[in-house]
Ligand binder design. Structure first.
Ligand code: GLU
Length: 471
């Protein structure tokens, strides 16, 4: 049984890179009929917040990245780490190091000055024939791992292929801090082992930790999982993705009017491919997914492509679903859509014309609240002949049958009777009804707006337009 996990630290929101890692880990489990586990790595007490944790869970749920077990919390497992620490100590595989922070800083400084890579020099590492000084008073020791000094460690990364590191490159890792809280490398190994994780899939910023973790697995006699390190996501300019590049939080994309399936599709396609396919559903992705097709190079985030995908998904989204999403947005803006056009029917009319739910809500809003056109627009887009025609059209509309065909015929007949082109009525009419000339076809918008509201709006707008045009 394949078991994968996502193990975020609750020290910030769920960002695009984290979501992409979670998606790949999730898809791998789903692809192989396995299980996907969520673990919150909350040992950084200073930076972890409940708010971040909530944002991560909310982001995962919004994306539909459902987990089968968890969330597990590291801070609830301190006894377990302590027990393993005691065991490693008893087996001579770990030792107490009493070097103070100042001492370690000075050591690093001196190494850097000599042009060496900073590393722990093993001063408290017990060796046969070596006499250690007596432990100093008042220092809470850290527990260090006795890393093998000879030989190499090799693993076959599912994405990057075989990786070998010389043990001489690795110094003695801190397992437990003076306060009894495990370091990332220690906690992660015990947790992945205890949770029976078979495939550790994570960002490739962790690839250098893996050889150290492998030593720990071996010291514990734990079976090694398979490792897969997924390349990072960079900004469009090749720099590390940051707020400068626009939204980086998954929930910000929700806020900005993206559909979760569009973001998922985009993230799945980022640095992974199945031929030229750009648009695919999650079941399709799960079916196609193979770590062999993950690109080895970091991918660049392209907001335009995401927006394009969002547009495609909006176009084909279910009208009732969109109506619910838009209703929530409009309610938040203080717009009541309980009275007025049928929201789902409006979605059908408008969804093909927008790229985000924000735009969709904007386009919908004007059906519930009458917006006054600016004087500038009225002056440039209307004339007295157009207004006369609209006044007459008001009476036509009071009597005509309320179907799109009849409305279309009424508009054409009025233009003809007044010797105008359709646009000469259409544009001022839109301005008067909606405050903007950008709306879908008039017969469809009038039909949905309804006779009463159409006539009410015209009655309110015509005197205002008269005043502006005659000034
Ligand atoms: N908490 C680590 C992080 O957020 C997890 C790394 C891992 O998956 O092993 O980067």
């Amino acid at each position: 049984m394949i078991r994968t996990r996502f193990a975020p630290s609750p020290t910030g929101y769920l960002h695009i890179g984290g979501a992409r890692t979670a998606l790949i880990s999730w898809a791998y489990a789903r692809r192989h009929g396995g299980q996907f586990i969520l673990r919150i790595e909350d040992t950084d007490q200073e930076r972890s917040t409940l708010e971040s944790e909530r944002a991560i869970l909310e982001g995962m749920s919004w994306l539909g990245l459902t987990w089968d077990e968890g969330p597990f919390y590291q801070m609830k497992r301190l006894d377990r780490y302590q027990a393993i620490a005691t065991q490693l100590l008893a087996e001579g595989k770990a030792y107490w190091c009493y070097a103070s922070k100042d001492e370690i800083d000075a050591l690093r400084e001196a190494q850097r000055a000599r042009g060496e890579k900073p590393r722990y020099d093993g001063r408290w590492r017990p060796e046969p024939g070596k006499t250690l000084p007596p432990p100093p008073e008042g220092i809470a020791p850290v527990l260090r791992f006795k890393t093998p000094q000879e030989g190499t460690v090799t693993f076959d990364d599912l994405v990057k292929g075989p990786i070998t590191v010389a043990n001489s490159e690795l110094d003695d890792l801190v397992l437990m801090r003076g306060d009894g809280i495990p370091t990332y490398n220690f906690g992660v190994v015990i947790d992945d082992w205890d949770l029976g994780i078979t495939h550790v899939i994570r960002g490739d910023d962790h690839v250098t930790n893996t050889p150290r973790q492998i030593h720990l697995y071996q010291a514990l006699g734990a079976p090694l999982p398979v490792f897969a390190h997924v390349p990072m996501i960079l900004g469009h300019d090749g720099e590390r993705l940051s707020k400068r590049h626009g939204a980086v939080s998954v929930l910000q994309y929700e806020e900005d009017g993206y559909l979760p399936e569009a973001l998922l599709n985009y993230l799945a396609r980022l640095g992974w491919g199945h031929g030229d396919d750009e648009k695919f559903s999650m079941p399709q992705f799960v079916d196609w997914f193979d770590t062999a097709n993950i690109s080895h190079a970091p991918s660049r985030f392209n907001g335009e492509k995401l927006t394009w995908l969002n547009q495609q998904y909006l176009k084909e989204a279910d009208d009732d679903r969109l109506a619910g999403l838009v209703r929530t947005r409009l309610t938040r803006m203080g717009v009541n859509c309980d009275h007025g056009p049928d929201l789902a029917a409006l979605m059908g009319l408008l969804k093909g014309r927008v790229s985000t739910l924000v735009e969709l809500a904007d386009a919908t809003h004007i059906f519930f609240v009458q917006i006054e056109p600016t004087a500038e627009e009225l002056r440039t887009k209307c004339d007295a002949a157009g207004l006369d025609a609209i006044r007459a059209l008001s009476s036509d509309l009071a009597a005509c049958e309320w179907t799109t065909d009849a409305l279309n015929a009424a508009l054409k007949a009025r233009a003809k009777a007044n010797g105008l082109k359709l646009g000469q009525i259409g544009i001022p009419l839109r301005l008067m009804l909606f405050g903007t000339a950008q709306t879908p076809s008039l017969e469809a918008t009038l039909f949905l707006l309804g006779r009463d509201e159409t006539l009410r709006r015209l009655t309110a707008a015509l005197p205002h337009a008269d005043v502006i045009l005659s000034a």
